[in-house]
Design a protein around this ligand. Structure first.
Ligand SMILES: CC(=O)N[C@@H](Cc1ccc2ccccc2c1)C(=O)O
Ligand SMILES: [Mg+2]
Length: 369
């Protein structure tokens, strides 16, 4: 597969409602898309980095820079376009996993579209629909939170995830449990807002039969997460801490978590995401597919990944309308069964709608090969 050039495209997508977490409030997505052009097909990759390095060290301007100056030139020096070769070509460059994931995915998408193979088939998906959860931000009051939860439960989401932070944790969880009963699949995500000194307080969440508590402590605190896991009964799930299969292996060996949120963008791409899935399956660790408020392009690949057998918990692969009034692709719509259908077309199985893409495009940059 010959690459004729690569386009870096920035798009601006307003969120339907502000999304508040322990690290800040987002009102729009500033997304970097990577398009790989070949004579037979074009491939798309979505960089999940935020505008500012608040979730992790990466940010979208930095991702564009490292792609332009280092990752794309490294790819241009190779001729083997297999996803494994793309991975190897980028290896000498340290870190920047979200930028690497976007480029690897775009090359893989072009290759799969040219070969007529879907992402689901390539990854080894075993299901054609995946049950979906929803991530709900920190609200300005408990009554408002309950209204928001009611709305998503009515839409059919099978699992609710509440963002928490010190001062907004036990009360909102208790209120949701009280209102929606014990059968609602419920979990929380702290985005690293607590320390081990909060262990006693976090143990108060054990009373609410949560599926898991996600990333309670700092992303580099594996040993402390292991200590916390000994002091609370709610299963600990890691997100920010797991940036590679070796990190997952370390976390499992240390007993730092019993569930892992897999995000292909965070771990450097879908190949590494599948490695983590396989490793966790071998250790009996449940995984689920996290979300980074992707457009339909990233969402399509995530839904395919979530259809692998080890993804036994509902993920944050919510419908397009959870975040965007108009998605850049045909919208992902939640079925009555609370599931999204796994795309079956070649590659991602979706593409941007040209007039919508034009409307949301802020800038494009063409890098010829
Ligand atoms: C669905 C969910 O909760 N995602 C992340 C947090 C998050 C929140 C806000 C974001 C805004 C822009 C880009 C990425 C973002 C990720 C998480 O699981 O921790
Ligand atoms: Mg998280």
């Amino acid at each position: 597969m010959k690459i004729t050039g690569i386009e870096l495209r920035r798009i601006a997508m307003p969120l339907v409602t502000p999304f508040r977490t322990s690290f800040g409030t987002e009102t729009a997505r500033d997304v970097l898309l990577v398009r790989v052009a070949t004579p037979d097909a074009e491939g798309w990759g979505e960089c999940v980095a935020m505008s500012e390095p608040l979730y992790s060290p990466e940010y979208v301007d930095g991702a564009a820079d490292v792609l332009r100056r280092f990752l794309i030139p490294a790819l241009a020096e190779t001729t083997d376009r297999s996803p494994y070769a793309v991975n190897r070509a980028m290896e000498p460059i340290k870190g920047h996993r979200m930028a690497k994931a976007a480029l690897e995915t775009a090359v893989l998408d072009a290759r799969l579209r040219a070969n007529g193979e879907s992402f689901a088939s390539f990854l080894g998906a075993t299901r054609d629909r995946v049950p979906c959860g929803v991530s709900i931000g920190i609200a300005d009051s408990i009554p408002h939170l309950l209204e928001v939860v009611q709305g998503y439960v009515d839409e059919g989401y099978v699992r609710v995830k509440l963002k928490i932070e010190p001062g907004w944790d036990v009360e909102p969880v208790a209120a949701v449990r009280e209102r929606f009963g014990d059968d609602l699949m419920l979990q929380v995500d702290a985005n690293a807002a607590y320390t081990l000194a909060d262990a006693r307080h976090l143990a108060r969440l054990d009373a609410f039969d949560l599926l898991l508590i996600e990333q309670p402590l700092a992303e580099d605190d594996l040993v402390q997460h292991a200590e916390l896991a000994r002091r609370i009964t709610t299963p600990v799930c890691l997100d920010e801490s797991i940036v590679s299969a070796s990190h997952a292996a370390a976390a499992i060996s240390l007993g730092a978590c019993s569930v892992i949120n897999i995000k292909p963008g965070r771990v450097g791409g879908y190949l590494e995401a599948r490695r983590i899935h396989d490793l966790c399956r071998a250790h009996g660790i449940a995984v689920w597919c996290g979300g980074m408020l992707e457009t339909g392009l990233g969402r399509a690949a995530n839904v395919a990944l979530a259809a692998l057998p080890g993804f036994t918990l509902p993920g944050d692969t919510s419908a397009s309308r959870r975040y965007f009034a108009t998605d850049v692709t045909e919208p992902f719509v939640l079925g009555d069964d609370g599931c999204l259908a796994v795309p079956t077309g070649p590659g991602l199985g979706v593409e941007p709608v040209p007039e919508i893409l034009k409307e949301v495009t802020v800038s494009t940059e063409w890098i010829p090969f």
